[in-house]
Design a protein around this ligand. Structure first.
Ligand SMILES: NC(=O)c1ccc[n+]([C@@H]2O[C@H](COP(=O)([O-])OP(=O)(O)OC[C@H]3O[C@@H](n4cnc5c(N)ncnc54)[C@H](O)[C@@H]3O)[C@@H](O)[C@H]2O)c1
Length: 385
Protein backbone atom coordinates (compact mmCIF):
# COMPACT_ATOMS: atom_id res chain seq x y z
CA UNK A 1 0.00 0.00 0.00
CA UNK A 2 1.48 3.38 -0.88
CA UNK A 3 2.52 5.40 2.12
CA UNK A 4 0.35 8.43 2.87
CA UNK A 5 1.72 11.91 2.44
CA UNK A 6 2.46 13.94 5.51
CA UNK A 7 2.46 17.68 5.17
CA UNK A 8 3.29 17.48 1.48
CA UNK A 9 6.21 15.15 2.04
CA UNK A 10 6.51 11.46 1.38
CA UNK A 11 6.98 9.46 4.58
CA UNK A 12 9.52 6.72 4.66
CA UNK A 13 8.43 3.17 5.14
CA UNK A 14 10.91 2.15 7.89
CA UNK A 15 11.02 -1.44 6.65
CA UNK A 16 11.82 -0.37 3.12
CA UNK A 17 14.35 2.08 4.45
CA UNK A 18 16.13 -0.57 6.47
CA UNK A 19 16.25 -2.93 3.51
CA UNK A 20 18.48 -0.57 1.53
CA UNK A 21 22.13 -1.35 1.87
CA UNK A 22 23.13 2.14 0.84
CA UNK A 23 20.90 5.13 0.74
CA UNK A 24 20.76 8.83 0.51
CA UNK A 25 17.78 10.50 2.08
CA UNK A 26 16.47 13.76 0.79
CA UNK A 27 13.75 15.84 2.32
CA UNK A 28 11.66 16.59 -0.70
CA UNK A 29 8.70 18.83 -1.22
CA UNK A 30 5.95 18.02 -3.66
CA UNK A 31 7.61 20.21 -6.26
CA UNK A 32 10.54 18.91 -8.26
CA UNK A 33 12.83 21.11 -6.22
CA UNK A 34 14.12 19.54 -3.05
CA UNK A 35 13.25 22.46 -0.83
CA UNK A 36 12.37 21.38 2.67
CA UNK A 37 8.73 22.27 2.99
CA UNK A 38 7.53 20.33 5.98
CA UNK A 39 4.29 21.57 7.42
CA UNK A 40 3.40 21.22 11.04
CA UNK A 41 5.00 23.13 13.85
CA UNK A 42 8.01 22.26 15.88
CA UNK A 43 7.88 18.49 15.99
CA UNK A 44 11.36 17.62 17.13
CA UNK A 45 11.09 13.93 17.80
CA UNK A 46 12.99 11.37 15.79
CA UNK A 47 9.68 9.75 14.86
CA UNK A 48 8.22 12.87 13.32
CA UNK A 49 11.44 13.53 11.46
CA UNK A 50 11.44 10.05 10.02
CA UNK A 51 8.04 10.82 8.54
CA UNK A 52 9.48 13.65 6.50
CA UNK A 53 11.99 11.74 4.43
CA UNK A 54 12.03 10.55 0.91
CA UNK A 55 14.44 7.73 0.26
CA UNK A 56 16.21 7.91 -3.06
CA UNK A 57 18.77 5.44 -4.25
CA UNK A 58 22.40 6.41 -4.07
CA UNK A 59 23.96 7.23 -7.39
CA UNK A 60 27.29 8.22 -8.84
CA UNK A 61 28.72 11.66 -8.23
CA UNK A 62 26.58 13.07 -11.00
CA UNK A 63 23.89 15.06 -9.24
CA UNK A 64 21.07 13.02 -10.74
CA UNK A 65 19.50 12.56 -7.31
CA UNK A 66 19.01 16.25 -7.03
CA UNK A 67 16.57 17.32 -9.73
CA UNK A 68 16.85 21.04 -9.15
CA UNK A 69 20.61 21.08 -9.48
CA UNK A 70 20.69 21.53 -13.24
CA UNK A 71 18.96 24.89 -13.04
CA UNK A 72 21.40 26.16 -10.46
CA UNK A 73 24.37 26.44 -12.74
CA UNK A 74 24.53 30.24 -12.50
CA UNK A 75 24.82 30.24 -8.74
CA UNK A 76 27.53 29.02 -6.39
CA UNK A 77 26.84 25.53 -5.16
CA UNK A 78 27.76 24.97 -1.56
CA UNK A 79 27.68 21.86 0.61
CA UNK A 80 27.14 22.61 4.29
CA UNK A 81 27.95 19.62 6.52
CA UNK A 82 26.09 19.81 9.81
CA UNK A 83 23.81 22.42 8.26
CA UNK A 84 20.80 21.33 10.34
CA UNK A 85 22.55 22.38 13.54
CA UNK A 86 22.62 25.71 15.33
CA UNK A 87 25.16 27.61 13.21
CA UNK A 88 23.96 25.83 10.07
CA UNK A 89 20.37 27.03 10.49
CA UNK A 90 21.49 30.65 10.17
CA UNK A 91 24.24 30.01 7.62
CA UNK A 92 22.05 28.05 5.21
CA UNK A 93 19.37 30.78 5.30
CA UNK A 94 21.95 33.47 4.61
CA UNK A 95 23.56 31.54 1.76
CA UNK A 96 20.20 30.81 0.14
CA UNK A 97 19.14 34.45 0.55
CA UNK A 98 22.31 35.61 -1.18
CA UNK A 99 21.66 33.35 -4.16
CA UNK A 100 23.68 30.22 -3.38
CA UNK A 101 22.40 26.75 -4.16
CA UNK A 102 22.84 24.91 -0.89
CA UNK A 103 22.95 21.22 -0.09
CA UNK A 104 23.04 20.18 3.56
CA UNK A 105 24.50 16.89 4.76
CA UNK A 106 23.57 16.02 8.32
CA UNK A 107 23.02 12.89 10.39
CA UNK A 108 20.77 14.68 12.91
CA UNK A 109 22.68 13.65 16.02
CA UNK A 110 22.37 17.16 17.46
CA UNK A 111 20.79 18.89 14.47
CA UNK A 112 17.16 18.86 13.46
CA UNK A 113 15.48 18.92 10.06
CA UNK A 114 12.91 21.39 11.38
CA UNK A 115 15.71 23.98 11.69
CA UNK A 116 15.56 24.27 7.92
CA UNK A 117 11.81 24.24 7.59
CA UNK A 118 10.71 26.43 4.69
CA UNK A 119 14.28 26.98 3.49
CA UNK A 120 14.98 26.49 -0.20
CA UNK A 121 17.88 24.07 0.29
CA UNK A 122 18.43 20.37 -0.19
CA UNK A 123 18.64 18.29 2.94
CA UNK A 124 20.48 14.99 2.68
CA UNK A 125 20.66 12.64 5.64
CA UNK A 126 24.06 11.00 5.87
CA UNK A 127 27.26 10.75 7.81
CA UNK A 128 30.45 12.64 7.00
CA UNK A 129 32.47 9.59 8.07
CA UNK A 130 31.19 7.58 5.12
CA UNK A 131 33.41 8.17 2.07
CA UNK A 132 30.74 7.22 -0.45
CA UNK A 133 28.18 9.50 1.16
CA UNK A 134 30.69 12.33 0.98
CA UNK A 135 31.48 11.64 -2.68
CA UNK A 136 27.80 11.72 -3.55
CA UNK A 137 27.09 14.80 -1.47
CA UNK A 138 29.88 16.64 -3.28
CA UNK A 139 28.40 15.97 -6.73
CA UNK A 140 28.21 19.31 -8.55
CA UNK A 141 29.51 21.23 -5.53
CA UNK A 142 32.00 24.12 -5.73
CA UNK A 143 32.54 24.97 -2.07
CA UNK A 144 32.17 23.25 1.28
CA UNK A 145 31.48 24.64 4.72
CA UNK A 146 32.27 21.89 7.21
CA UNK A 147 30.28 22.44 10.40
CA UNK A 148 29.39 18.84 11.32
CA UNK A 149 30.98 17.93 14.62
CA UNK A 150 30.56 16.55 18.09
CA UNK A 151 30.70 19.97 19.69
CA UNK A 152 30.47 19.37 23.41
CA UNK A 153 33.56 19.78 25.59
CA UNK A 154 31.87 17.93 28.45
CA UNK A 155 30.88 14.97 26.27
CA UNK A 156 34.36 14.85 24.73
CA UNK A 157 35.80 14.38 28.23
CA UNK A 158 33.27 11.62 28.95
CA UNK A 159 33.83 9.80 25.65
CA UNK A 160 37.00 10.95 23.85
CA UNK A 161 36.88 8.11 21.31
CA UNK A 162 33.42 9.12 20.07
CA UNK A 163 34.60 12.71 19.78
CA UNK A 164 37.73 11.65 17.88
CA UNK A 165 35.68 9.56 15.51
CA UNK A 166 33.39 12.40 14.41
CA UNK A 167 35.74 15.36 14.66
CA UNK A 168 39.09 13.93 13.55
CA UNK A 169 38.18 11.00 11.30
CA UNK A 170 35.03 12.81 10.07
CA UNK A 171 36.95 15.99 9.21
CA UNK A 172 39.60 13.91 7.46
CA UNK A 173 36.86 12.27 5.37
CA UNK A 174 35.42 15.66 4.42
CA UNK A 175 38.83 16.97 3.36
CA UNK A 176 39.73 13.80 1.48
CA UNK A 177 36.41 13.85 -0.39
CA UNK A 178 36.90 17.55 -1.19
CA UNK A 179 40.34 16.68 -2.57
CA UNK A 180 38.91 13.89 -4.75
CA UNK A 181 36.11 16.15 -5.98
CA UNK A 182 38.44 19.08 -6.72
CA UNK A 183 36.36 21.45 -4.58
CA UNK A 184 37.38 25.11 -4.97
CA UNK A 185 37.12 26.25 -1.36
CA UNK A 186 36.73 24.29 1.89
CA UNK A 187 35.90 26.25 5.04
CA UNK A 188 36.25 24.47 8.38
CA UNK A 189 34.62 25.38 11.68
CA UNK A 190 37.25 25.35 14.37
CA UNK A 191 37.26 26.76 17.85
CA UNK A 192 39.17 29.47 19.67
CA UNK A 193 38.95 28.79 23.39
CA UNK A 194 38.98 25.00 23.56
CA UNK A 195 41.83 24.70 21.07
CA UNK A 196 44.17 27.25 22.64
CA UNK A 197 43.56 26.05 26.20
CA UNK A 198 44.51 28.09 29.23
CA UNK A 199 46.38 31.15 27.95
CA UNK A 200 46.35 34.81 28.88
CA UNK A 201 43.76 36.46 26.63
CA UNK A 202 43.29 37.96 24.15
CA UNK A 203 44.46 35.00 22.11
CA UNK A 204 45.25 35.30 18.42
CA UNK A 205 46.68 33.22 15.57
CA UNK A 206 50.17 33.36 17.12
CA UNK A 207 49.00 31.91 20.45
CA UNK A 208 50.37 28.42 21.03
CA UNK A 209 47.55 25.86 20.94
CA UNK A 210 47.52 23.70 24.07
CA UNK A 211 44.07 22.11 24.25
CA UNK A 212 42.92 20.86 27.63
CA UNK A 213 39.94 18.83 26.37
CA UNK A 214 39.63 16.08 23.74
CA UNK A 215 37.25 18.41 21.85
CA UNK A 216 39.94 21.11 21.63
CA UNK A 217 42.49 18.52 20.53
CA UNK A 218 40.14 17.21 17.83
CA UNK A 219 39.69 20.69 16.36
CA UNK A 220 43.46 21.23 16.36
CA UNK A 221 43.86 17.93 14.49
CA UNK A 222 41.29 19.10 11.92
CA UNK A 223 43.25 22.31 11.38
CA UNK A 224 46.40 20.21 10.97
CA UNK A 225 44.84 18.14 8.21
CA UNK A 226 43.39 21.24 6.56
CA UNK A 227 46.87 22.77 6.43
CA UNK A 228 48.45 19.53 5.21
CA UNK A 229 45.85 19.12 2.45
CA UNK A 230 46.46 22.70 1.35
CA UNK A 231 50.18 22.08 1.04
CA UNK A 232 50.14 18.49 -0.26
CA UNK A 233 47.15 18.70 -2.63
CA UNK A 234 46.61 22.41 -3.18
CA UNK A 235 43.18 22.18 -1.52
CA UNK A 236 42.08 25.75 -0.67
CA UNK A 237 41.19 25.30 2.98
CA UNK A 238 40.50 27.94 5.58
CA UNK A 239 39.76 27.23 9.25
CA UNK A 240 37.74 29.74 11.26
CA UNK A 241 38.15 29.53 15.00
CA UNK A 242 34.76 30.58 16.32
CA UNK A 243 34.33 32.17 19.71
CA UNK A 244 31.29 31.03 21.74
CA UNK A 245 28.36 31.47 19.38
CA UNK A 246 24.86 32.36 20.56
CA UNK A 247 21.65 33.28 18.79
CA UNK A 248 18.52 31.72 17.27
CA UNK A 249 18.24 27.97 16.61
CA UNK A 250 20.37 27.17 19.64
CA UNK A 251 17.58 25.50 21.62
CA UNK A 252 19.33 22.12 21.46
CA UNK A 253 22.69 23.46 22.63
CA UNK A 254 23.92 22.93 26.17
CA UNK A 255 25.89 26.18 26.26
CA UNK A 256 25.53 28.84 28.92
CA UNK A 257 23.15 31.17 27.07
CA UNK A 258 20.64 28.43 26.25
CA UNK A 259 20.88 26.93 29.74
CA UNK A 260 20.46 30.31 31.44
CA UNK A 261 17.46 31.26 29.29
CA UNK A 262 15.82 27.90 30.00
CA UNK A 263 16.40 28.38 33.73
CA UNK A 264 14.90 31.87 33.65
CA UNK A 265 11.90 30.65 31.67
CA UNK A 266 11.19 27.79 34.05
CA UNK A 267 11.83 29.80 37.21
CA UNK A 268 14.74 27.52 38.20
CA UNK A 269 18.02 28.99 39.52
CA UNK A 270 20.75 29.71 36.98
CA UNK A 271 23.52 27.15 37.61
CA UNK A 272 27.10 28.41 37.29
CA UNK A 273 30.02 25.95 37.42
CA UNK A 274 32.95 27.56 39.25
CA UNK A 275 32.88 31.00 40.83
CA UNK A 276 31.49 32.79 37.77
CA UNK A 277 34.73 34.61 37.02
CA UNK A 278 35.61 32.32 34.10
CA UNK A 279 35.21 34.26 30.87
CA UNK A 280 34.36 33.71 27.23
CA UNK A 281 33.99 35.66 24.03
CA UNK A 282 30.30 35.57 23.06
CA UNK A 283 29.76 36.26 19.37
CA UNK A 284 26.35 36.42 17.73
CA UNK A 285 25.75 33.67 15.18
CA UNK A 286 24.99 36.29 12.49
CA UNK A 287 28.53 37.63 12.87
CA UNK A 288 29.96 34.09 12.75
CA UNK A 289 27.99 33.36 9.58
CA UNK A 290 29.04 36.62 7.98
CA UNK A 291 32.65 35.51 8.52
CA UNK A 292 31.88 32.13 6.94
CA UNK A 293 30.42 33.88 3.89
CA UNK A 294 33.51 36.10 3.61
CA UNK A 295 35.74 33.02 3.89
CA UNK A 296 33.84 31.27 1.09
CA UNK A 297 34.65 34.06 -1.35
CA UNK A 298 38.10 34.98 -0.07
CA UNK A 299 41.36 34.52 -1.92
CA UNK A 300 43.44 33.76 1.16
CA UNK A 301 46.01 30.96 0.79
CA UNK A 302 45.04 27.40 1.67
CA UNK A 303 45.76 26.42 5.27
CA UNK A 304 44.88 29.86 6.66
CA UNK A 305 43.55 29.96 10.23
CA UNK A 306 41.59 32.94 11.58
CA UNK A 307 39.92 33.78 14.88
CA UNK A 308 36.32 34.94 14.51
CA UNK A 309 35.29 36.66 17.69
CA UNK A 310 33.76 39.75 19.26
CA UNK A 311 37.00 40.70 21.02
CA UNK A 312 35.00 41.33 24.21
CA UNK A 313 35.61 39.37 27.41
CA UNK A 314 32.46 38.41 29.29
CA UNK A 315 32.55 36.58 32.61
CA UNK A 316 29.92 33.97 33.38
CA UNK A 317 28.53 36.25 36.08
CA UNK A 318 28.23 39.09 33.54
CA UNK A 319 26.59 36.71 31.08
CA UNK A 320 23.99 35.70 33.66
CA UNK A 321 23.23 39.39 34.26
CA UNK A 322 22.97 40.03 30.51
CA UNK A 323 20.56 37.10 30.12
CA UNK A 324 18.42 38.31 33.03
CA UNK A 325 18.29 41.84 31.60
CA UNK A 326 17.35 40.53 28.14
CA UNK A 327 14.55 38.52 29.73
CA UNK A 328 13.41 41.46 31.81
CA UNK A 329 13.94 39.75 35.18
CA UNK A 330 15.90 41.20 38.05
CA UNK A 331 17.67 39.22 40.76
CA UNK A 332 17.08 35.77 39.34
CA UNK A 333 18.58 33.20 41.77
CA UNK A 334 22.03 31.82 40.92
CA UNK A 335 23.42 28.51 42.20
CA UNK A 336 27.20 27.93 42.13
CA UNK A 337 28.57 24.40 41.63
CA UNK A 338 32.14 23.00 41.30
CA UNK A 339 34.07 23.83 38.11
CA UNK A 340 33.98 21.17 35.37
CA UNK A 341 37.00 19.36 33.88
CA UNK A 342 38.15 20.47 30.42
CA UNK A 343 36.73 24.00 30.59
CA UNK A 344 39.25 26.81 30.08
CA UNK A 345 39.30 29.58 32.68
CA UNK A 346 39.55 32.80 30.69
CA UNK A 347 39.10 33.30 26.99
CA UNK A 348 38.50 36.01 24.46
CA UNK A 349 40.12 36.48 21.09
CA UNK A 350 41.45 39.19 18.83
CA UNK A 351 39.91 39.25 15.35
CA UNK A 352 42.53 41.63 13.91
CA UNK A 353 43.82 39.17 11.31
CA UNK A 354 40.30 38.26 10.15
CA UNK A 355 39.60 41.97 9.80
CA UNK A 356 42.76 42.42 7.77
CA UNK A 357 42.35 39.48 5.39
CA UNK A 358 38.58 39.01 5.23
CA UNK A 359 37.26 42.43 6.20
CA UNK A 360 35.44 40.73 9.10
CA UNK A 361 34.12 42.86 11.94
CA UNK A 362 31.47 41.93 14.50
CA UNK A 363 28.36 44.09 14.20
CA UNK A 364 26.10 42.91 17.03
CA UNK A 365 26.71 44.03 20.61
CA UNK A 366 26.20 41.63 23.52
CA UNK A 367 23.18 43.59 24.74
CA UNK A 368 21.41 43.67 21.38
CA UNK A 369 22.36 40.06 20.59
CA UNK A 370 21.07 38.71 23.92
CA UNK A 371 17.77 40.60 23.57
CA UNK A 372 17.26 39.23 20.06
CA UNK A 373 18.11 35.73 21.24
CA UNK A 374 15.74 35.89 24.22
CA UNK A 375 13.00 37.14 21.88
CA UNK A 376 13.62 34.19 19.55
CA UNK A 377 13.46 31.72 22.46
CA UNK A 378 10.24 33.28 23.71
CA UNK A 379 8.56 33.13 20.31
CA UNK A 380 9.96 29.87 18.97
CA UNK A 381 10.73 27.64 21.94
CA UNK A 382 9.03 28.77 25.16
CA UNK A 383 5.73 29.59 23.49
CA UNK A 384 5.32 25.87 22.75
CA UNK A 385 6.18 24.61 26.22
N1 LIG B 1 28.39 26.90 18.74
C1 LIG B 1 29.55 27.34 19.17
O1 LIG B 1 29.62 28.13 20.12
C2 LIG B 1 30.83 26.92 18.49
C3 LIG B 1 32.04 27.47 18.93
C4 LIG B 1 33.22 27.06 18.31
C5 LIG B 1 33.17 26.16 17.28
N2 LIG B 1 31.98 25.64 16.88
C6 LIG B 1 31.97 24.66 15.79
O2 LIG B 1 31.03 25.11 14.82
C7 LIG B 1 30.42 23.99 14.20
C8 LIG B 1 28.90 24.10 14.29
O3 LIG B 1 28.55 24.16 15.66
P1 LIG B 1 27.03 24.15 16.13
O4 LIG B 1 27.00 24.91 17.41
O5 LIG B 1 26.14 24.52 15.02
O6 LIG B 1 26.86 22.60 16.49
P2 LIG B 1 25.56 21.70 16.33
O7 LIG B 1 25.79 20.50 17.18
O8 LIG B 1 24.33 22.48 16.55
O9 LIG B 1 25.64 21.31 14.79
C9 LIG B 1 26.46 20.26 14.32
C10 LIG B 1 25.68 19.53 13.26
O10 LIG B 1 26.48 18.45 12.77
C11 LIG B 1 25.66 17.30 12.66
N3 LIG B 1 26.54 16.14 12.76
C12 LIG B 1 27.21 15.68 13.84
N4 LIG B 1 27.92 14.59 13.53
C13 LIG B 1 27.72 14.35 12.21
C14 LIG B 1 28.18 13.36 11.30
N5 LIG B 1 29.00 12.39 11.71
N6 LIG B 1 27.76 13.40 10.02
C15 LIG B 1 26.90 14.38 9.60
N7 LIG B 1 26.43 15.35 10.43
C16 LIG B 1 26.83 15.34 11.71
C17 LIG B 1 24.68 17.41 13.81
O11 LIG B 1 23.51 16.64 13.64
C18 LIG B 1 24.40 18.91 13.80
O12 LIG B 1 23.33 19.23 12.93
C19 LIG B 1 30.99 22.75 14.90
O13 LIG B 1 32.06 22.28 14.13
C20 LIG B 1 31.50 23.30 16.22
O14 LIG B 1 32.54 22.51 16.75
C21 LIG B 1 30.80 26.00 17.47
Amino acid sequence: MPAPRVGGLIPVDPLREESKTRRTVVCAGVSSHCAFKASGARGRSRTSRRCLKLVVLASSRAPANFPAWSRMTETRRVLVTGGAGFVGATLVRRLVDSGHAVRVLDNFTTGDATHLQGVDAELVEGDIRDARTMDEALGGIESVVHLAAAGSVVMSVADPAANFNVNVFGTFQVLDAARRAGVERTVLASTGGALIGDAVPPVNELSLPKPISPYGASKLAGEGYAHAFAKAYDLRTIALRFANAYGPWSERKRGAVTTFFRAINSGEPIVIFGDGRASRDYTHVDDICHALELALSSEVPGGTVLHIASGVETTVNELAALCCRAAGVADHPIEYRPKRVGEVERNFASYDLAKQVLGYEPSISREVGMCRTWQWFEESVFADS
